[in-house]
Design a protein around this ligand. Structure first.
Ligand code: ADP
Ligand code: ADP
Ligand code: ZN
Length: 213
C-alpha cells in the first residue's frame, strides 16, 4: 500500500501515520521529521532548511522532492509506505505522480485528516515532541506516562520552535494557500479518504483503518 497523509499542521498526521504504519507493516516517511533530524545533526541540508522551517515557510520543492525520491527508492519501501507531510504543494504532487509512474506504481489513498483552524491552535500549543525519536505528545490529549519524558525512548520532551503561536498562524495560511488545493487534486482521481480529525486519537485511527481496508 502506498498512501499520503493530508491535513493542516497539527491535524494529527504524524500521530496517525505511526499507528497506520504499525497496522499495515510499512515504513513512514515524514519530510518534517527528516528535516528536523538534519537540523539537529547540523548537516548541510539541516543548515539550508533551518531558518525556512522556523519561519513556518515551505522548503523549496526541488530539495524536498529529491529527498523523497531518494527515500522511496530504498529497499524497505518496496512493499509500500505512508508519506506524512509530502506532498504539500501541487508541483510536489505532480512530481510524486511522476516518481510513481516511473516505478510502475500507483498511489492507493490520500487520507485527509480534517480539523478546523480553531482546534489546530490548541493542538500546537500543547504539542511536545521527542527530539530523539520524533514521537509526538500532547499535554492534555496525549500526555506521556512520566511528565516531560518520552514513553518510547526516555529522552526529555521539547516544544518545536515552529509551534510558537505567531509561526502557527503563518503555517496555517501556507497550508490553506499551498496544500489544501491538493484535496481537489486527489479528489479528481477518487483517491481521497476524509476522516474527522477532531475525534479522540484512537477513534481517528479506527476510522482510518476501516476506510483504508
Ligand atoms: P506539521 O506536522 O506540523 O504539519 P511537519 O513536521 O510536516 O509539520 O513539517 C514541519 C516543517 O517542515 C514545515 O512547516 C515545512 O517548513 C517543512 N516541510 C515539511 N514537509 C515539507 C514539504 N513536503 N515541502 C516543503 N516543506 C516541508
Ligand atoms: P501533525 O503531524 O499533523 O502536525 P501531530 O500528529 O503531531 O500532527 O499532532 C499534533 C498535536 O495534537 C500533538 O500534540 C498530538 O499529540 C495531538 N493530537 C493528535 N491527534 C489528536 C486527536 N485526535 N485529538 C487530540 N489531540 C491530538
Ligand atoms: Zn523518544
Amino acid at each position: 500500500m502506498r498512501m499520503i497523509m493530508l491535513g493542516a499542521p497539527g491535524a494529527g498526521k504524524g500521530t496517525q501515520t505511526e499507528r497506520l504504519a504499525k497496522h499495515f507493516g510499512i515504513p513512514t516517511i515524514s519530510t518534517g521529521e527528516i528535516f528536523r533530524s538534519n537540523i539537529k545533526q547540523g548537516t548541510e541540508l539541516g543548515v539550508k532548511v533551518k531558518a525556512i522551517i522556523e519561519r513556518g515557510e515551505l522548503v523549496p520543492d526541488s530539495l524536498t522532492c529529491a529527498l523523497v525520491e531518494d527515500r522511496i527508492s530504498q529497499p524497505d519501501c518496496e512493499k509500500g509506505y505512508i508519506l506524512d507531510g509530502f506532498p504539500r504543494t501541487i508541483p510536489q504532487a505532480v512530481a510524486l505522480d511522476e516518481m510513481l509512474a516511473k516505478r510502475g506504481h500507483k498511489l492507493d489513498y490520500a487520507a485527509n485528516v480534517d480539523v478546523p483552524d480553531e482546534v489546530i491552535v490548541e493542538r500546537m500549543a500543547g504539542r511536545r515532541i521527542c527530539p530523539s525519536c520524533g514521537d509526538s505528545y500532547h499535554l492534555i490529549y496525549h500526555p506521556p506516562v512520566k511528565d516531560g519524558i518520552c514513553d518510547r525512548c526516555g529522552a526529555a520532551l521539547a516544544q518545536r520552535p515552529d509551534d510558537a503561536p505567531e509561526t502557527v498562524l503563518n503555517r496555517l495560511s501556507v497550508y490553506h494557500r499551498e496544500t489544501q488545493p491538493l484535496i481537489d487534486y486527489y479528489e479528481k482521481s477518487g483517491r481521497v479518504v476524509t476522516v474527522d480529525g477532531t475525534q479522540p486519537i484512537d477513534a481517528v485511527t479506527a476510522n482510518l483503518v476501516i476506510a483504508l481496508t
